[in-house]
Design a protein around this ligand. Structure first.
Ligand SMILES: [Zn+2]
Length: 239
């Protein structure tokens, strides 16, 4: 996939996140490694709201946090998280980090663990890594390295008192997983809020994380549907 298509896909994800209020003010960051440029990745520049991001606004950064192309700088916290995880996990080309409301709400529950309540639990539970450390905001590369090591080969990092980071090999898949995860968090919180006993689906139904999610869902079709909607409703995203 060429850089222009990656820019267009990532810009679409910024717009969808903004529509759903998954970004926190000017914070949060989405990045994708450039396939033909070792150690370079596309990311949103500091100060640009998710709702404003166009494909051409994304900057190219290196693993030291320098802007290689484009205007603006990477936010320090984005550098600490994204550069270090991209460095440690070259296969995780895409990193989506947001403070989406339902995931963040659940991340505030001490030692929260997902049960086997919904169908989505069966597909996602084995992909989730729990970060229970209470280290405050990510303020250095050491913290980024710790997150990278914790993530391992899983795709969803559930960050205590903070939010979520989804890693993936391509934008459509990581985006699909993020959408599915935030919806699962919403369903979980709503079910918990009734105080009623939650279902416990059989453990044998859990789908191991090494099984590609594409076996059950179609992330590319989902991405295309969003491109269609955004092209009509906010066409500047792909400029
Ligand atoms: Zn964050």
């Amino acid at each position: 996939m060429d850089e222009q298509q990656l820019r267009r896909d990532l810009a679409a994800v910024f717009r969808v996140c903004a529509r759903r209020d998954w970004n926190e003010n000017l914070g949060n960051h989405l990045s994708v490694s450039l396939p033909n440029e070792d150690g370079h990745f596309l990311v949103n520049p500091r100060g640009k709201h998710f709702r404003q991001v166009r494909a051409s606004d994304l900057i190219v950064c290196d693993l030291d946090g320098n802007t290689v192309r484009g205007e603006g700088k990477i936010r320090p916290v984005a550098f600490h998280i994204h550069a270090r995880i991209h460095k440690a996990h070259p296969n995780a080309a895409v990193l989506l980090h947001v403070h989406s409301p339902y995931a963040t709400a659940l991340s505030g529950i001490d030692m929260f663990r997902f049960g086997r309540v919904f169908n989505a639990n069966l597909l996602l539970n084995d992909r989730i890594v729990y970060d229970d450390a209470k280290n405050g905001s990510v303020s250095g590369v050491e913290e980024g390295d710790r997150l990278a090591s914790l993530l391992g080969n899983k795709s969803i990092l559930f960050m205590a008192s903070h939010g979520v980071l989804v890693a993936g090999g391509d934008i459509a898949t990581a985006f699909y997983e993020l959408c599915m995860f935030e919806r699962l968090c919403m369903n979980t919180l709503q079910a918990m809020s009734t105080g009623a006993k939650l279902r416990d689906l059989p453990e044998s139904l859990l789908i191991p994380s090494h099984v590609p999610i594409q076996k059950y869902v179609d992330p590319e079709m989902h991405m295309t549907a969003w491109h269609d909607m955004l092209s009509r409703e906010e066409p500047d995203y792909c400029h």
